[in-house]
Design a protein around this ligand. Structure first.
Ligand SMILES: [Zn+2]
Length: 440
């Protein structure tokens, strides 16, 4: 019986051969590729042997992805074109490229036309719906948030269900076994719970066709300084309501597993500002964890890592600037609190100009626990998770053994119950062994 707690990452002769293959694919890529691989928008990257290798590598789980930002442009466009009533804004910016669903009888603004997938070219959508479209005016985060505004299509539970069915099918096509979605639980508790039920329904349908697939939610409040604290509290309380009332009946465990605070950290209130709120809610709901975004900062004086760590989180979202807090590195290792490292997101949002210098490379070699995750693949990636593993393989020159550990960690640190983790691990081990045999 597989047990993730006693699982030892072994590396055999066959894997050594595949590791050699990885080394040679990397060498070929670095020799042939003339561009700057800090942006993964070049077809030459996607067509490379190294990228294909990362595509097929069994990557386990995606523990950090935001709701409504889950599928790359091509997949989002294909899904949107299939939705009855979907319209696209064909006027000028900032609205251009916005998707909205209108029902019969609605007043439709003249710039919106029915969307069939042809109204705006895929090349233009690649810019309008991703960080590639940022033209240097204002901050990258301002542009990034306009992309979210272009995707405010989830106006009914039916659309939520349809979107997540497409999302989970897409994740399954990539071989991802578990997905943890950061949900913004707006509205009344029951409205938020209905959204969660629609996502759960999509998950159940995906799991019926692919037994073993698993989805969890992490309820996220907004922490921008201009957001009323009462609004943040209502979102976190909605998360707690979902935690109590919308369970994963398929596995007999929690569906909403944790709370978090999101937004651009450097324009937000300190996490310590919300500490009483976070403590009160998790105190009232002891099985609800904290998984906290922090350390996603360009400010040398940022204390978000300390603030978050003081709250006892189960995982850290990003933890990019951990190097500024050497005292915390030891505590993170002792307490085994993993960082959800999102290298593509960090480079897309310009936290680092050269991804080869990403601090996670050093964190990993120090033994700091971590996983790789995609964050906002819709707006940042060509293929969820593949891009992040590609960065680890190409830019950080990680070995197959390192990639194996990162994939294993995604299961070890996911939010499923121990029994579910063991099932996920058993399946992942099979897939890993097949991958090795196919690459000898
Ligand atoms: Zn995030």
């Amino acid at each position: 019986m597989t047990d993730y707690r006693s699982y030892r990452i072994a590396f055999d002769e066959k894997e050594l051969l595949v590791d050699r293959k990885l080394g040679s694919l990397r060498k070929d890529f670095l020799r042939d590729y003339c561009g700057h691989f800090n942006t993964l928008t070049d077809k030459q990257i996607w067509q490379s042997g190294l990228y294909r290798f990362c595509h097929f590598l069994p990557k386990g789980a995606d523990l950090h992805v935001h709701c409504l930002a889950c599928m790359p442009v091509k997949q989002t466009a294909a899904w949107a074109a299939s939705v009855p009533g979907m319209h696209i804004h064909t006027g000028s910016l900032p609205g251009r490229g916005s998707l909205r669903v209108f029902s019969p009888g609605d007043t439709i603004p003249p710039e919106y036309v029915p969307y069939t997938g042809k109204e705006i070219s895929e090349e233009e959508l690649e810019k309008l719906w991703s960080t590639e479209g940022y033209n240097g005016t204002g901050s990258i985060w301002e542009w990034f948030e306009t992309i979210f505004d272009r995707h405010l299509f989830a106006t009914s539970d039916d659309i939520v269900l349809s979107y997540y069915k497409a999302v989970f099918d897409y994740y399954l096509s990539l071989g991802i076994q578990e997905v943890e979605l950061r949900l913004l639980p707006f509205g009344t508790p029951e409205v938020a719970a209905q959204t969660a039920r629609a996502i759960r329904k999509a998950y159940y349908e995906a799991a019926a066709a692919h037994p073993g697939f698993c989805v969890k939610l992490i309820g996220s409040g907004l922490k921008y300084a201009w957001i009323e604290p009462s609004m943040t509290e209502s979102m976190l309380r909605n998360a707690a309501y979902i935690h109590e009332n919308v369970k994963d009946e398929l596995l007999g465990e929690d569906f909403m597993v944790a709370i978090d605070l999101v937004n651009e950290e450097d324009r937000s209130n300190d996490i310590s500002f919300y500490a009483p709120m976070l403590k009160a809610i998790t105190g009232e709901h002891p099985s609800l964890d904290m998984v906290l975004h922090c350390g996603e900062s360009l400010h040398p004086g940022s204390r978000s890592m300390e603030d978050a760590m003081a709250l006892g989180p189960r995982r850290i979202g990003h933890g990019y600037d951990l190097y500024r807090h050497p005292g915390l590195e030891k505590i993170i290792m002792e307490k085994d609190i993993p960082l959800e490292v999102c290298p593509v997101s960090n480079m897309s949002l310009k936290y680092i100009s050269d991804v080869r210098e990403h601090p996670a490379r050093k964190y990993y070699s120090q033994g700091i626990p971590m996983v790789l995750a995609s964050d906002d693949p819709a707006f940042q990636e060509h293929e969820n998770m593949t891009d992040d593993f590609f960065i680890a393989a190409a830019a950080w020159e990680f070995s197959l053994s390192d990639l194996k550990r990162l994939a294993f960690n995604s299961i070890k640190y996911c939010s499923a119950s121990p029994a579910t983790k063991n099932s996920l691990l058993e399946e992942w081990t099979k897939r890993w062994n097949d991958f090795v045999l196919q690459n000898i």
